[in-house]
Design a protein around this ligand. Sequence first.
Ligand SMILES: [Zn+2]
Length: 399
Amino acid sequence: MSGPVGARGYLGDLVAMSRAYGSDPALVVAGGGNSSVKLGDHLLVKASGAAMASVTAGDFVDLDRRALRALLAQDLPEGRDEREAAFMEALMAARASPGQPRPSVESLLHHLVPGLFVVHLHATAVNQFACSRDGQRLVEEHLGTEVAWAPLVDPGFVLARVVQEKLRAFSSRAGHRPRALVLQNHGLVVSGESPEELDSHLRWLLSSLRDIAVAEGRRQGASRPRATARPPGLALTALAGEVRGLLGRLLGGEGGPPAEVSFDASEPVVGLLARPDGRDLALGGPLTPDQVVYCQSFPLWVEPPEGAAGEVLGRLAPAVATYASTYHVVPKVVLVRGLGMFTAGATAGQAEAARLVYLDAIKVMEGAEQLGGINFLDDDFRSFIERWEVEAYRRRRQA
Ligand SMILES: [Zn+2]
């Protein structure tokens, strides 16, 4: 890239760091997360939609921080849709050169979090707190002198404004910058003057939260026994194969090719399906914006009669039809009690992304239960993300 002097070394560090974090499913899955480095008045930030695991130097957008500073101080329209449109336009205009890809919607957040290197991740261990009812209290009680908490607000412009406020309040209270930031129902942000410093903040956050979670689990007594995943018998394996084929046909585009379908019967999935309240948990709502984007807000839950798993085949078509008429989309995640989880997409990569994101959501729910209960996204926020995603899709198609 042309641009800031000496950028190459920093950019190389940024790419290496992003790929390392992006390859660890406990830190981020699918296209989630983003990263940046500040070079004077330049911010090199990951483009929207590029996966961290496979990111290259060309996936980073060079933004003019003077334009970002001006944007942060600006008053945008009140209405959500008008505000988002104005925000995106200003972000695109902040690019050092046109023709660069669209920068991450969280670019402003990267600009204002102090530290040369900034990484935003959706770590499972952090989201167990970020998506729980007691998460904020526990984080503030135990780590309040080192970690700032940001409440759930619209992503992008509003989140940046709130984070700016929280960082100011934190610094004036603690007299220093926080080691990390936890974003409610979303993830974390860590920064550092070097990749090593950033990594030490991340490791510290993860181990501190693990200690709190262990202590909370102990305080509440022995945890719920978990169903163990046994290797499915031949009959169930054959049935899962049949369900995959049928779902591929049911969830493919009309007159188009069948959908790609992934299957998962790992321990967390089997555990959720075996619970008497599994259906209520699964239909309680999504936990994070990523879950809405990759998995739809709600999975389809199918429950064949006990001991008659084969009956699922006759129930799938009507269940998919009912789902489609309720939500006006086809499901991306289908949970079949007694069998496992099926995830669908137009490509094998999309089906796999939905599987990874939902598997992570199950682990987050499990952890959040031990931390005061699960805090699902509320309906207003959820429908905002749903609409936003439709809008993003439209833009992608137009591009
Ligand atoms: Zn995120």
